[in-house]
Design a protein around this ligand. Sequence first.
Ligand code: CA
Ligand code: CA
Ligand code: CA
Length: 182
Amino acid sequence: MKVLLLIFTIFLASALTGCEEGGSQDFDIAVLDLNGDGVADISYEESADGYFEFVDRNFDGRVDVSSFYGTDDKIVSSMLDDNFDGFLETKTWYAHGNPTVSVVDENCDGTVDILFVYENGVVRRSEKYVVTEGSSDGEIVQFEYEFGYPVSRTVIGGGVARSQYYERNKEYFDVSEVHGCK
Ligand SMILES: [Ca+2]
Ligand SMILES: [Ca+2]
Ligand SMILES: [Ca+2]
């Protein structure tokens, strides 16, 4: 997997820079520096039970995808900064390469605001907790999906406490440490 990724990266790097690879001494830098500015955009860090892969997709010098792979090269979890504000607000867990659960902390205050539950790698259900303005309570907006497309929208509100949102989805929030903006 890692090897395939590196091959793809080499291909992408040469496509982006339009440069032929020269001496082998530049090889490592070229592999990891997608836009050719001399700053690595993909880096790896080994850990006891696998390795991390860090990617800077928009070349601003900040990591926006952090993925953890097991020793079998299979992805275990990933964290994503989808709006490139420097906070990795989305965390996803995987089983056999497919996503199982995603949690999003939109405002990076340490509380989860959106939950996605997947079946066979395709989103099946989502729940968003929306705080009512001027109140400490809110409502829950729930979507059901078929073939990845939303087919129903249900609002459970108002005056719903955030603790109720957590209680409803306890089995997913208990999966692991979910507060991960950093
Ligand atoms: Ca970035
Ligand atoms: Ca973000
Ligand atoms: Ca939040």
